[in-house]
Design a protein around this ligand. Structure first.
Ligand SMILES: [Zn+2]
Length: 159
């Protein structure tokens, strides 16, 4: 199965799945059913286009790899729901929202992989070191500067 962007990292299994290259749980948190998107080939440079989140899907991961990376989507969903609530309904937040920083940074890398595989970001290439970093390998070559040390996002003044 050569079209799974995570090919070469363990064994692909199952069919290719319609994967949201920006996680559905995050898209729902920040936009509901529709989001504004830009910087992709089908949107003129410097503009944004309103699209339904169901259209931001491509067959880029096998079922097995999609399942193995789902914890990244879940962690990013927790973070983005908390950020959205802090903006729109701060009274609804618990005093502390706990997220795993390394999982979130790997989620950002998973989005980069998805954008490469689905829309041609990075010339359509998913480098092996990106794949290795997704599985817990060291984040190097520039992403190291994004490394999160904190494991909590404080959402109240008392933290
Ligand atoms: Zn696969």
């Amino acid at each position: 199965m050569s079209d799974c962007f995570f090919g070469g990292q363990g064994t692909c299994s199952g069919k290719l799945t319609g994967e949201h290259y920006i996680s559905k749980t995050v898209l729902q948190a920040i936009g509901g059913g529709t989001v504004q998107i830009g910087g992709v080939p089908w949107v003129p440079e410097g503009t944004l286009k309103s699209v339904g989140i169901g259209s931001l899907v491509s067959n880029i991961l096998c079922e097995g790899h999609n399942s193995s990376l789902s914890k990244l989507d879940n962690e990013a969903g927790t973070l983005f729901r908390a950020l959205d609530a802090a903006d729109k309904k701060p009274e609804s937040l618990a005093p502390v929202t706990t997220v795993d920083g390394p999982l979130v940074e790997r989620w950002f890398l998973k989005v980069m992989c998805g954008l490469a595989a689905a829309v041609g970001f990075n010339d359509g290439t998913v480098p092996d070191w990106w794949k290795q970093a997704l599985t817990g390998g060291a984040l190097v070559r520039g992403l190291g500067s994004l490394r999160a040390r904190a494991k909590q996002v404080c959402t109240s003044a008392s933290c």
